[in-house]
Design a protein around this ligand. Structure first.
Ligand SMILES: Cc1cc2nc3c(=O)[nH]c(=O)nc-3n(C[C@H](O)[C@H](O)[C@H](O)COP(=O)(O)OP(=O)(O)OC[C@H]3O[C@@H](n4cnc5c(N)ncnc54)[C@H](O)[C@@H]3O)c2cc1C
Length: 414
């Protein structure tokens, strides 16, 4: 039997971006729909990734009242060391002194201010999920969306169990394969990198001192990102076939391959838990809004993880959309109208294009062993390293503390 209820906003997709938007919309009647049961997404095997979280993203979570819980499980990033590696085994050097180093000083804040935080995705989901329960946000999960129709006044989201939710606005936050995006007829474009990101957690034999390593190898970058408790999260980019072998092979073989790349600098590392394989592709959309529809996060733009910016970009969407909706509501406007949604689209256009273009350029420039490009990028890194304002520009951009920022990203209430 069909039952219909009306809400202010329907959000489809309860990942970190969808759930954060639901939290940011407290005061509105929101329903959050996800295909998975909420309990399933909290297990370590659901998503073994950890995310580099920018200062601006943490500001937003501070306003939403969850920064303290997240900081309790976060590893501050004290510096970032970028190294251009030779082909594995070619020199046996492993990670060297680095060509480029970013420190807190480059951020221009107090000397002990971290450059960002590493937080395991399962912790982020658990903390945001708990806050949603406390705020009594309605969650419908697991649920299957059968159809979405839009008319002049409202969007209608029809579920397989017969429930129908009607609202002035439906938000697509279901990641790369967004049904909301498809229903709105928004086209995507992009390309595969022919690479996969192998994600794993390792125990280190020596303290990491909060240093995040970005080590460029011909197959793609290897990021060794500090976690609490002398652990590190690896994002090891390799050509797709090799990545599969790294995940399917024995633990001993994986650790041996890693040791060849790590070199002596960080000491032997021991694998903890499962390995995960993420095929990497750039996927952008022609629009991030449609009729009574807005897209956020990977549904709107999925980029290469080379600079750890994907989730941060999605959290910037959340802050901008939440502010646009709240301001429209205060002015008595229809927040699902084309006029209001265009404000959101305009606000996000430049930042999304700039971050996507930069991550694509870095991926192409660094995922190869062409001598001329090696020389160019080596000179480029060394130059940036010598010029303080250039280092400062990079670090402040990555921290999300520049440009026309929504209030939540500056730590201000809506
Ligand atoms: C290897 C790797 C490392 C990364 N590291 C970083 C990093 O360090 N920093 C960073 O900022 N970013 C990083 N990213 C990017 C980041 O993980 C993504 O940008 C982020 O997870 C996107 O979040 P999301 O909420 O938009 O989508 P998702 O995380 O994909 O969540 C989508 C949600 O929608 C639900 N869903 C899916 N389909 C449906 C449906 N049909 N109906 C209802 N619900 C549905 C899913 O169950 C899920 O809960 C990394 C990415 C990769 C691949």
């Amino acid at each position: 039997m069909e039952t219909s209820s009306s809400r202010d906003v329907v959000i489809v997709g309860g990942g970190v971006t969808g759930a954060t938007l639901a939290l940011a919309q407290a005061g509105l009647e929101v329903v959050l729909i996800d295909a998975q049961p909420m309990s399933a997404v909290l297990t370590p095997d659901f998503d073994g990734r950890a995310s580099a979280i920018a200062a601006a993203s943490m500001n937003q979570w501070r306003v939403l009242g969850i920064a303290e819980e997240l900081l309790a499980v976060a590893q501050p990033i004290r510096s970032i060391l970028v190294t251009d590696g030779a082909a594995p085994g070619a020199t046996g050097r492993g990670i060297g002194a680095g060509l480029l180093r970013f420190d807190a000083e480059d951020l221009g804040d107090a000397p002990d201010t971290p450059l960002g935080f590493m937080v395991e995705n399962r912790h982020i989901r658990a903390v945001v999920g708990q806050a949603l329960a406390t705020a009594k946000v309605q969650i419908v999960a697991p649920a299957q969306v059968l159809a979405i129709d839009v008319d002049v006044k409202a969007a209608r989201v029809r579920l397989a169990d017969g429930r129908v939710f009607t609202a002035p606005l439906v938000v697509g936050a279901e990641g790369r394969r967004s049904g909301v995006r498809e229903a709105a007829g928004i086209r995507t474009y992009g390309w595969s990198y022919g690479q996969s990101g192998v994600v794993a957690t390792v125990a280190l034999s020596e303290p990491h001192d909060g240093v995040a390593h970005e080590y460029f190898l011909p197959g793609g970058p290897l990021a060794i990102l500090p976690l609490t408790g002398q652990r590190a999260s690896l994002v090891w980019t390799e050509k797709a076939a090799l990545a599969e072998a790294l995940v399917a092979g024995s633990v001993e073989a994986f650790e041996a391959h890693l040791a060849r790349r790590f070199g002596d600098r960080l000491g032997p590392a021991r694998l903890i838990g499962s390995r995960f394989n993420f095929p990497l592709a750039l996927q952008l959309t022609e629009q991030i809004v449609g009729a009574r529809t807005a897209l956020i996060g990977d549904a709107a733009h999925a980029i290469h993880p080379i600079a750890g910016q994907g989730l941060n970009l999605g959290l910037k969407d959340v802050a901008a959309l939440a502010q646009v909706i709240v301001e429209a509501r205060r002015l008595g406007e229809d927040w699902g109208s084309e006029l209001v949604l265009e404000r959101y689209a305009r606000w996000r256009r430049f930042d999304v294009a700039a971050v996507a273009a930069a991550s694509d350029l870095f991926t192409r420039l660094f995922s190869n062993d062409i001598p001329v490009l090696r020389a160019v990028r080596g000179a480029g890194l060394a130059l940036v390293n010598r010029i303080k304002p250039a280092r400062r520009l990079f670090v402040r951009e990555a921290a999300g503390v520049v440009g026309d920022r929504p209030r939540l990203l500056m730590g201000e209430r809506l």
